[in-house]
Design a protein around this ligand. Structure first.
Ligand SMILES: [Fe+2]
Length: 325
């Protein structure tokens, strides 16, 4: 897996929120000596006003004026920008209610007063290591998504295609009752399914007319290249078959592997269904967009030829009708 390193190793930034000055001083003293940078807040409101995605970890006293630690933690975990920042609650009293409240508000860990230096630094170090992994993973995903969208942007006829495919495929997967992890994979695959087109020369990629035999062979490499690009990311494990097989046809006449019927993974068949629909309902250099009804009629004909999964086409038609499209 490739990791994106920042060029300057900045010390992690830790927010300490506690209404007692002596506690703030003690915690900041220990953490600064351990090499961290700290930011201090004296109550819950101030903690939230200082909070941003630049903060790597938060230590929150549970009992604070103007929003207690639970409330601050809940707000941090609710915001998509900051939800992956680890939060440690600091509490004097340990009772079951507090413990449950801590779990419910999404806290990552607890520390009990009196704070011991070794325990504090050990917990902080291990949570920051975890945070670094998630940061690297997020960075890698962001790079892949940006690359995929920059390829999409090359062709004025496909703008918005990736987002629509993400949305359509998740809607169809939900209607089919597919589990969460498959829906997440489809959302990602919607964005990156054509990322392999980065290897296709522009005169082929943007050619308005039909491709020659040789050009078609090059074009048909894009699922294989796409799979190779995304392979290093472990979190994309379930996305890879969708990328590789989104141009297969049920009768085995698709590419790159000529898979037949159920040998084509269900998630890939879902992506193919919505990909074909989106291609038909958007303008092309050689024809205007088909209406949704026309597109479904064409797809039904092609189901008859043995290309697409008829059950998925019919289910998708219902999903579209239910959402008023
Ligand atoms: Fe494709």
């Amino acid at each position: 897996m490739f990791a994106l390193q920042s060029y300057e190793a900045k010390p992690p930034l830790i927010l300490i929120a506690d209404d007692e000055e002596a506690n703030r001083e003690l915690l900041s003293h220990i953490l600064e000596r351990a090499g961290y940078k700290v930011l201090l807040a004296k109550d819950g409101e101030e903690a939230l006003s200082l909070f941003s995605n630049q903060i790597d970890l938060a230590l929150l006293d549970v009992k604070m004026p103007r929003r207690n630690g639970f409330e601050v933690c809940r707000a941090i975990k609710k915001d998509p920008e900051t939800r992956l920042v680890p939060v440690v609650l600091i509490t004097g009293l340990i009772n079951t209610n507090d413990r449950i409240a801590g779990i419910e508000c999404g806290a990552d860990d607890y520390l009990h007063k009196p704070i011991r230096r070794e325990e504090l630094t050990a917990r902080v170090r291990s949570l920051l290591r975890l945070k670094q992994f998630t940061d690297e993973l997020e960075n890698a995903e962001v790079v892949l998504f940006s690359l995929a969208l920059s390829i999409e942007a090359k062709d004025p006829y496909t703008v918005g295609h990736c987002t629509r495919l993400s949305n359509y495929s998740v809607e169809l997967a939900s209607a089919l009752g597919l589990p969460e992890e498959e829906r997440v994979s489809l959302r990602r695959a919607g964005v990156v399914h054509d990322i392999g087109k980065v290897s296709i020369p522009e005169h082929i990629l943007l050619k308005p007319g039909p491709l020659t035999e040789e050009e078609r062979e090059i074009m048909q490499q894009h699922p294989i290249v796409g799979e190779r690009i995304c392979q290093p990311l472990r979190s994309f494990r379930m996305v890879l078959p969708i990328i590789r097989h989104h141009h297969e046809k049920l009768d085995g006449s698709g590419y790159p592997d000529g898979l037949k019927g159920e040998a084509i993974p269900m998630t890939a068949r879902i992506m193919t269904t919505v990909d074909v629909y989106d291609a038909l309902t958007t303008d092309r250099p050689y024809r205007p967009a088909h209406s949704p009804e026309e597109a479904i009629a064409i797809m039904r004909e092609e189901v008859g030829k043995g290309w697409w999964d008829g059950q998925l086409v019919e289910k998708f038609r219902k999903v579209l009708a239910a959402s008023g499209k």
